[in-house]
Write a protein that binds this ligand. Structure first.
Ligand code: NAI
Ligand code: MG
Length: 343
């Protein structure tokens, strides 16, 4: 998108559940201070969607995103085991958001220094298609649980192309394909094979290698610097992106983007954190960095860089940090300090 598109830019805002409204309010404050160009249409989803509209993904929310093609979303609570289907997964499907971009880099010096890894996750297929059912066994009507996953060759090609094009645009040199094709030979084999096919078109520009997911998880702990970009199936990408967050100081510092041809939804990697919700201590930086990715997406990359600079100064120079980063600041105190840095 061009840097010269008409301002303000209409965008959907979903505050979300749990700590979602807390980190979203903090993010709005900072975006205001930055002079970010968004005109928000506030909508609901998740538990809040059910409470307010009787649906975890209300029609009005879908209609808003259909209109704006752009959203900033807080985390949505999904019941474990039974209950309704994940509104996050439904949103990705509804707008064919096939690419999940999850970059991490060191902002706060910690256990690891100089981490800089971009994870690209296939966002629509794999085991998260979640065609599940029970089969009776003996007296137990739920004696056996069955799950079917699905990857299409076209879907694998599309996400591999997205990853390689991203690498070219952003000066990345190597993509590591993460799979389990030794066991899940078809489901993840097709992903691995297709990525290697696509890689031929980028020879000399972007290198490709691959790792079996369990070994990759271990190597990320031992020597994360060997990785530049990771290209993952849906489930493995979900798991490894939380691991990547751990390398840079936790879920408080990890943003993500869900991207399709026709819409883009930006969010933190973390969930609704019910254990700390309502206490005013959530780290809003992930949601703010997600807003930064959104600024880049609309051609306002300079504002995104200004935001990240101010975040670094607040965390490292002012030493104002929320408890997850070892500090004592509340969400509000941190946000005020950040706004002061922007002023
Ligand atoms: P979670 O990411 O919400 O929390 C995991 C741990 O990290 C908790 O101890 C939490 O307090 C901490 N944490 C997360 N974000 C934080 C932040 N910004 N500041 C400080 N600490 C933070 O994962 P959990 O507990 O497994 O899931 C809770 C709910 O969130 C579930 O209903 C799940 O389905 C949903 N979820 C939603 C996502 C989304 O909307 N994109 C993503 C992941 C989970
Ligand atoms: Mg996750």
């Amino acid at each position: 998108m061009s840097a010269h598109r008409a301002f303000p830019i209409p965008a959907t805002l979903i505050p979300g559940d749990g700590i979602g409204p807390e980190v979203t309010a903090a993010t709005l404050k900072v975006l205001d201070a930055l002079g970010a160009p968004f005109a928000w249409d506030i909508q609901h989803a998740g538990m809040t969607g059910i409470e307010r509209c009787g649906d975890a993904l209300p029609q009005t929310t879908l209609a808003s995103i259909r209109n704006t093609h752009l959203a900033l979303k807080g985390p949505l609570t999904t019941p474990i085991g039974g209950g309704f289907r994940s509104a996050n997964v439904r949103l990705r499907e509804a707008f064919a958001l096939y690419a999940n971009l999850r970059p991490v880099h060191t902002i706060v010096p910690g256990r690891y220094e100089n981490i800089d890894i971009v994870l690209v996750r296939e966002n629509l297929g794999g085991l998260y298609v979640a065609h599940e059912h029970y089969i009776p066994l003996g007296d137990d009507p739920h004696g056996v649980a069955v799950l079917t996953g699905m990857n299409t060759r076209e879907g694998c090609r599309r996400i591999a192309r997205y990853a390689f094009d991203y690498a070219v645009r952003n000066g990345r040199k190597k993509i590591t394909v993460v799979h389990k094709a030794n066991v899940l030979k078809a489901l993840t084999g097709i992903f691995l094979e297709t990525a290697h096919e696509v890689a031929r078109d980028y020879e000399g520009k972007v290198a490709i290698d691959d790792r079996i997911v369990d070994a990759c998880a271990m190597q990320l702990v031992l020597n994360p610097w060997q990785f530049d970009m990771l290209l993952c199936t849906n489930l493995f990408g979900d798991i490894l992106s939380d691991e990547l967050a751990g390398l840079v100081g936790g879920l408080g510092l990890a943003p993500g983007a869900n991207l399709g041809a026709d819409a883009a939804i930006f969010e933190a990697v973390h969930g609704s954190a019910p254990d700390i919700a309502g206490r005013g201590i959530a780290n809003p930086v992930s949601q703010m960095l997600a807003a930064g990715l959104m600024l880049e997406h609309v051609g306002a990359g300079e504002l995104a860089r200004q935001l990240e600079r101010a975040i670094r100064q607040t965390l490292n120079d002012d030493n104002v940090r929320t408890p997850d980063l070892g500090g004592h600041a509340s969400t509000a105190t941190f946000t005020d300090a950040l706004v002061a840095r922007l002023g």
